[in-house]
Design a protein around this ligand. Structure first.
Ligand code: C2E
Ligand code: CA
Ligand code: CA
Ligand code: CA
Length: 278
């Protein structure tokens, strides 16, 4: 946007500066609100069912954070997680998310695996990882029912450190999913060196079914999971066309609006009570 604006003359540049300034101001407002927030009171969690193709059984749920601040309103997670990362606040959010997810599923969490997103900052911090493990251990839930989702981008800052922390989690019995798979680096030899148990193929690969290459690329990503000996979940399945693509590519698991949006713990329990299938 900056390049174009410059070519169009001085007024455009002024306009750009104003937009930039407005954006910086909003960002600061969000950061300030985040610093002053009662995180345990303001952050909530929702659960998006993960569905096994074949029998449509719900075999897990991804935990997703929501934040409504009295000061700045509802901010989407993409946005506040990024700002929280940059301000060193993200591990506090992760801990609140873990705590809330386990609380809300209490008495019942032993039946359904859940996936929790880790941020880059969590992954780079030994103490963050220890705090997360400690918190979960206090809940007496079986570690094998908890999966952590990490992105390739998050690991790139320090691959060695990230790998060591993933090993620590894996040794403690947790499962690890590589999130947004295909959108990042995805070098085979490094993938092989990670203790991952699942690839979560990025939504972008089923966004454009009219692209004749899309299906082939999808099949090759699913094939990669098979070669690695890990399971494969396709995210962002919004409609029947996407579902068909997922099936043809050989995916085993899907997540997306076609089956369910992220829902409350109560709705999730009700959906499962009806017979573990959607
Ligand atoms: P993500 O981890 O890739 O999560 C998937 C996102 O796709 C979620 O957005 C989900 O609601 C959305 N989604 C699910 N099915 C569909 C679909 O069929 N179509 C479309 N268009 N979207 C779908 P959400 O909840 O807004 O979260 C956005 C991102 O924010 C997440 O992307 C993740 O990177 C981050 N995030 C959310 N909660 C947490 C958290 O507790 N911790 C961390 N570190 N990051 C989080
Ligand atoms: Ca995720
Ligand atoms: Ca994802
Ligand atoms: Ca994403």
């Amino acid at each position: 946007a900056l390049m174009v604006a410059k070519k169009q003359g001085k007024n455009q540049v002024v306009l750009f500066d104003q937009e930039h300034e407005a954006e910086a101001k909003i960002r600061l407002e969000i950061e300030t609100a985040l610093r002053g927030a009662d995180l345990a009171g303001e952050i909530s969690v929702v659960f998006q069912p993960q569905v096994r193709l074949g029998d449509n059984a719900v075999v897990g749920a991804e935990v997703l954070a929501r934040w409504t601040s009295p000061a700045v309103g509802t901010i989407p997670p993409d946005r506040f997680i990024k700002i929280a990362e940059e301000s060193g606040l993200v591990t506090n959010i992760t801990l609140v998310v873990v705590q809330k997810a386990l609380d809300e599923l209490r008495g019942w969490s032993n039946k359904l695996p859940i996936s929790i997103n880790l941020s880059a900052h969590d992954l780079m911090s030994d103490s963050a990882i220890e705090q997360i493990i400690e918190l979960i251990e206090r809940h007496e839930i079986c570690a094998s029912l908890i999966e952590f989702e990490v992105t390739e981008t998050a690991m790139m800052a320090d691959l060695q450190k990230a790998t060591a922390n993933l090993m620590r989690l894996a040794d403690a019995g947790y499962s690890i999913a590589l999130d947004d798979f295909g959108s990042g680096y995805s070098n085979f030899s490094y993938l092989r060196s990670l203790p991952i148990t699942r690839l979560k193929v990025d939504r972008s690969f089923i966004e454009d079914p009219s692209d004749p290459m899309a299906e082939k690329v999808l099949a090759s990503l699913v094939g990669m999971a098979r070669v690695l000996g890990v399971n494969c979940l396709l995210e962002g399945v919004e409609d029947e066309i996407a579902l068909l693509m997922a099936k043809r590519a050989g995916a085993e698991l899907v997540q997306g609006y076609l089956f369910s949006e992220p829902i409350s713990a109560l709705d999730l329990r009700n959906a499962l009570a009806v017979g573990r299938s959607l």
